[in-house]
Design a protein around this ligand. Structure first.
Ligand code: GAL
Length: 698
């Protein structure tokens, strides 16, 4: 069972990201005054400012941030102080090149960008610990500080580490894990292609190989190693900060990037998780984050609405989170990315999207667009000219709305179903393209279908520690492609079903163990008794053949895209749909097996929008809010609950105005007025209602 953490923001709070070191100090006071006037009460600072604190090796200067923090205290501005380890200073990188991360060819990444260090360099660890300790000792008790951000976007820019320090640390990681080379050879299946290791010095992080044929078991361990290295580095910093910070000040980090077990990071290191929300990526040039997140679009893309999928993953890491960086303008670097300016209303929509998914703190990135550097096109609230503009006006309007939502701070997001996710399968999907392809398709298919049917869902993280209480509140759980399974997870899934849950699995389940070896038993492996099925044949969809379909009992034609498992139902297993074409025509495509008070549905393909929409209907999950609200396609609905009260979030992603219908009277929190019936939402419009209970309705 995962630990519960204290609630950090008991009021909805708005902030921004500020870089005092990038501006003439003559601007500080007016900047802080204008921020306060806009409703900004928190700023995040200093995460790239190592040189302001240690301009030379061992020479520490505190005056710069002393002056700035004192001014913040005077202006009533709270500060999240960043540790500067994302950007090692030039003097350090030159003096100790062994701190630098390398590309796969072993060439070091040079000074001039950021995140060019490796977590595993003992020299870097020493310097990082020292600067963090100096900061924490000096500023830890400053009254303006309310929290600490470790580093910046751990595993951003690159998720791969190939330096000599990483090779050395990888060997130690493997020695601790396997104890002997014999065990390592077994775990990595090195009998294949004569890969057997005879001395630890022969073992490396993944390297360039002919045709890119990297050993998948080595690769899986390498991703676990990267995650472990990152978590240890963050923990080293958090432990230091906790020794000196004021009680009540929180420790966080921002982002959500790949090759990282974010739940472990949250549970073992952080008080609260913060995310950087840039929905413009989902409607322009994509950037994959977190190994499982939206961004690249694809056929089933819903544009900026796809970002809700990322936010659901963030919520699974930390239910009441903050947004450290909320998109405040068009994005772009001088070297990549060209994003449109958010349309009037769209900034508010994106910020409300974060709030609807559980954010209690929203900090806009950044106060003013940088005048120098790679990010001169990553626009903040203000432009370079520093004049009031439409984005500042919108931030002020957003603040009024946010304050009206104070009573919702710490409310729980209701999920009418859950989608299970675990880090082993997430990593395996990165290593194994057969897995990655079905996983990506189904995650988006389920998300898009649920969005269109207005079914709010939660992502639920599964590990060997998960207990039934974390699953039992969901009537339905999808576990699209649990390629990797182990006994503990299979057991908790069985308990979930026995106590009355409905588990829905897709093709490609249960054919690997934790090491990524294929198991010599019929699929879906450890779940076979639970599903009441085995897989007797399987194939990717064959180019040149008609798309595979199945025919359901009710005569409905169901797409069975991308991959097909041909199911063999055991005794007592019902066939709900059979393949209607392909060489396996007539064979089982979807089955139902009742176990205890629950059941398992086994779909022999990936989940796309169309087949999932049909499944949601069969499971009586579609439009679960229809006795409260009717909403068109382009509108996302979210429901939050707190102390017996229900809050309905309505987000119009459409570029046209649209109408929703409130079935019963509800309080529009933005105005405090009770309203009912047809309500017009402007383009990109949002609304948040407190639903009235029957006795409150007249
Ligand atoms: C984030 C990062 C910021 C800034 C922003 C725009 O990923 O934390 O420092 O770079 O993106 O690119």
């Amino acid at each position: 069972m995962r630990p519960k953490k204290r609630l950090i923001w008991t009021k909805k709070t708005m902030g921004t990201d500020y870089y005092p070191e990038q501006w003439d100090s003559a601007l500080w006071e007016s900047d802080l005054t204008r921020m306060r006037a806009a409703g900004i009460s928190v700023i995040r600072i200093a995460e790239f400012a190592w040189n302001k604190l240690e301009p030379e090796d061992g020479v520490f200067t505190y005056g710069f941030f002393d002056r700035f923090l004192d001014l913040c205290a005077e202006k009533g501005m709270k500060v999240i102080f960043g540790t500067p380890t994302a950007t090692p200073p030039a003097w350090l990188s030159e003096k100790y090149p062994e701190i630098l991360n390398c590309d796969i060819d072993g060439n070091p990444y040079r000074h001039g960008s950021r995140r060019h260090y490796t977590y595993n360099s003992p020299v870097y660890q020493k310097y990082a610990a020292r600067i963090v300790e100096r900061e924490a000792v000096h500023y830890g008790k400053h009254p303006a500080i309310c929290g600490w951000q470790i580093d910046n976007e751990l595993n951003c820019e690159t998720t791969d580490f190939y330096s000599e320090a990483d090779n050395a640390a990888f060997r130690v990681f493997l020695q601790e894990k396997y104890g002997s080379l014999e065990e390592l050879n077994r775990a990595w299946g090195t009998a294949f292609w004569n890969e057997t290791y005879t001395d630890w010095s022969e073992v490396h992080v993944i390297r360039k190989t002919v045709s890119g044929g990297v050993n998948p078991h080595q690769h899986l361990d390498y991703l676990r190693f990267v995650s472990e290295s990152c978590i240890r580095f963050a923990k080293m910093q958090a432990d230091i900060i906790r020794r000196y910070k004021k009680p009540g000040d929180f420790v966080t980090t921002n982002g959500m990037f790949g090759h990282l077990d974010n739940c472990r990071l949250q549970d073992e290191v952080l008080d609260v998780y913060t995310y950087d929300s840039y929905p413009n990526f989902a409607q322009s040039i994509g950037r994959a984050e977190g190994g499982n997140a939206a961004g690249a679009g694809g056929e089933e893309s819903l544009g900026d609405r796809d970002w809700s999928r990322n936010l659901s993953v963030v919520r699974s890491v930390c239910p009441h989170f903050g947004i450290m960086e909320q998109q405040a303008g068009p994005g772009g670097w001088t070297t990549k990315m060209e994003q449109a300016s958010p349309r009037p209303g769209q900034l508010t929509l994106w910020a409300m999207q974060s709030v609807a998914h559980g954010a209690d703190y929203v900090g806009f990135f950044r106060w003013r667009t940088a005048c120098a550097g790679t990010e001169i096109y990553w626009h903040g609230i203000l432009d370079w000219d520093n004049r009031d503009n439409r984005r500042l006006a919108e931030v002020k309007e957003f603040y009024k709305k946010l304050r009206a939502l104070d009573e919702t701070a710490g409310a729980d997001c209701r999920g009418f179903f859950g989608v299970l996710q675990d880090v082993d399968n997430q990593f395996d999907a990165e290593v194994d393209c057969w897995h990655g392809r079905v996983e990506a398709a189904s995650r988006q298919g389920i998300f898009a279908a649920a969005q269109k049917a207005h079914v709010p869902g939660n992502v639920v993280s599964l590990s060997d520690e998960t207990d039934l209480s974390e699953l039992a509140s969901y009537p339905v759980l999808f576990y699209p492609h649990a390629v990797i399974l182990d006994e503990k997870r299979a057991a908790v899934l069985r308990s979930y079903v026995e106590q009355g849950g409905t588990l829905v699995i897709g093709c490609r389940t249960g054919y690997k163990d934790l090491q990524g070896h294929c198991v010599m038993q019929p699929q879906p492996g450890l779940l076979s008794r639970l599903t009441g099925t085995t897989v007797k044949d399987f194939s990717f969809a064959c180019p040149g053949e008609d798309p595979i379909i199945a025919l359901a009992e009710d005569g409905r034609v169901i797409p069975m895209p991308l991959f097909n498992d041909v199911l063999e139902p055991g005794e007592g297993t019902r066939v709900l749909a059979a393949y209607a074409n392909g060489y396996f025509q007539g064979e089982a495509a979807l089955t139902e097996h009742r176990v205890g008070a629950g059941r398992v549905l086994h779909l022999g393909s990936t989940f796309c929008r169309e087949n999932t929409a049909w499944l949601l209907c069969c499971l009586h999950l579609e439009e679960p809010l229809q006795d409260m609200v009717l909403a068109p396609d382009e509108v996302e609905l979210a429901l939050q609950e707190k102390e017996g009260k229900k809050y309905l979030f309505v987000l119009n992603y459409g570029r046209e105005k649209t109408t929703i219908t409130l079935i019963h009277p509800a309080v529009l929190l933005y105005t405090g007025r009770t309203v009912q019936g047809d309500r017009i939402l402007p383009p990109f419009g949002t609304a948040v209602y407190r639903l009235l209970e029957e006795r409150e309705r007249d």
